[in-house]
Write a protein of this length. Structure first.
Length: 170
């Protein structure tokens, strides 16, 4: 049985990519989040922003990790949730916000899965009308910028962002 489990993990598991620099970067980025959400309920932002940081570090060449998709998708999701929270609140509205955010991000060609989660946040937790611009936008810009900078300065840091080229989808 252990051979079967070992084979499953090796075939379907992920490649080990632990790196102290990556852990320190993630801790620093959560410090930025704490500063942006001072005296607020920023603890609830850890899941979508933790997912964003993981995507940036572990799969930096994925389409959902590229600067445009990451920043625009996150801000669009948070904006949709904020706009919908002006009219109604509750779990049902949060679900509609997530579905609408998914559709809008797809139309904008800026799909970033944590952006769907960020659409839920304003409807459920009411962080304020400026949440997309005062928290989500600066956090994602700092995350993208720091990942790009570290990819040039730290030897074992993955290359980021993915270079634009002729192979890009039009």
């Amino acid at each position: 049985m252990s051979k079967v489990f070992s084979r499953i993990v090796q075939s379907w598991g992920t490649k080990a990519t632990f790196n102290l620099a990556g852990c320190l970067w993630m801790a620093g980025m959560f410090g930025v989040l704490a500063a942006l959400e001072a005296n607020r309920i920023g603890l609830y932002l850890v899941p979508p922003f933790g997912a964003t940081l993981s995507i940036l570090y572990l799969v930096p060449d994925a389409e959902i990790a590229q600067p445009y998709a990451l920043i625009v998708g996150s801000v669009a999701g948070a904006s949709i949730g904020t706009l919908m929270s002006l009219f109604a609140r509750g779990l049902d509205v949060a679900v509609v916000a997530a579905v609408v955010a998914f559709g809008v991000m797809t139309l904008l060609r800026a799909f970033h899965p944590p952006g769907v989660a960020l659409a839920l946040y304003p409807v459920l937790l009411h962080p304020g009308n400026w949440f997309p611009l005062l928290v989500v936008l600066p956090f994602t810009v700092i995350a993208v910028g720091s990942a790009a900078l570290l990819s040039r300065l730290v030897d074992k840091w993955p290359q980021y962002p993915k270079p634009l080229g002729k192979g890009s989808r039009q």
